[in-house]
Design a protein around this ligand. Sequence first.
Ligand code: B12
Ligand code: SF4
Ligand code: SF4
Length: 324
Amino acid sequence: MAPHAAPALSVERAARVKAEARRLGFSDAGITDLTPTPHGDALDTWLARGLAGTMRYMHRQAERRKRPAEIVAGAIRVVVVMYNYAHEDAVEPPDHGHVAKYARGPDYHQALRPALDGLAMFIREIGGPSSIARAYVDAGPVPERELAQRAGLGWIGKNTMLITPMRGSYTLLASVLTSVDLAADPPFRADRCGSCTKCLDACPTAAFPKPRVLDATRCVSYLTIEYRGPVAPELGSATGSWVFGCDVCQDVCPWNQKFARTDGGGLLPLDPARAWVPLDTFTALDERTFDDQYGWTPLARPGLSGMRRNAALAAANASRLESS
Ligand code: B12
Ligand code: SF4
Ligand code: SF4
């Protein structure tokens, strides 16, 4: 075998895999290895300070998150794919609650899965019968943003989001871990945040103790999606009209304001009309109708009781605003 045959093959395979990812509807793809993440200490500190709140799975997955080679036995590469879901926001109607952009349609975990499984199959076909390729959409201990940065897809902004030049951060990430030797991309080394602090300043609940560290227990996204039980009044009064998730630290980012592109590949059909829901919607629904209307969307995660709690907070915030 010629000495450079293997690298040439891995370069050619990598190019085919990335082209296939784009053909399947992903906005971009990058490849990296599975060596331990250089920021494992940041994860340990985050967990030790209790900043994960009740997300126990973050503790359970920590060791594998720091050493992604341990996630799938035999895997040596990860193909990280990105899906762009940016779309125009509708103007706020009165007495409505705001839903984060990514959640205005089907649950992306299910919606991206068939295309990602298709990519995994393509990689196995390239690699031959004994090859492994396993797909993950925000599941398991895959440190998606770090791997995406290492795979050259962008940098991690002060708001902790993966930001891609000429695209921004309204993107979802997913990955395929594989035993097939694919040429790795160079990491994205630059930090393009510069002296900007817009996201840190705009966060309604002051959830960033410092740049690139998020106290999830203060984040509206955590409070409205992950957290069960009553929200502390000093935080609940800052969640504004958000009833599911929050986009503030992305909406103010100049990289989104200048470069967000509404050219998503059709894998996740979002409906801008679902950006705002009447605040009395959830009180009027029973479990069965909630399931029919929202069971296939991300709003199923907090469920009917969670959405009632979130809508009550938003209604209280609206009436406080009116009377002030
Ligand atoms: C737990 C979680 C949350 C938690 C905690 C968020 C957080 N910042 O940690 C909550 C519920 C709050 C949340 C909210 C949201 N989330 Co979330 N979340 C996750 C999840 C499952 C794990 C993230 C994690 O590891 N957190 C632990 C902390 C410590 O990690 P980290 O902040 O990413 O920091 C790491 C790196 O930044 C690195 N690091 C530290 N310093 C430095 C410095 C440099 C220079 C570098 C390179 C790296 C680096 O070390 C850290 C440790 O690994 C991922 C999916 C996954 N499997 O990874 C999705 C994920 C991060 N979430 C996502 C989204 C879309 C959101 C929301 C926008 C949803 C919304 N609209 O409400 C918000 C955004 C809030 C925000 N500003 O982060 C996307 C982000 C896509 C992107 N383009 O970045 C992901 C990747 C899901 C997906 N599959 O697409 N999320
Ligand atoms: S998602 Fe909202 S609450 Fe959470 S950090 Fe960003 S701006 Fe703050
Ligand atoms: S708002 Fe500014 S500091 Fe925050 S992520 Fe965007 S560029 Fe970076």
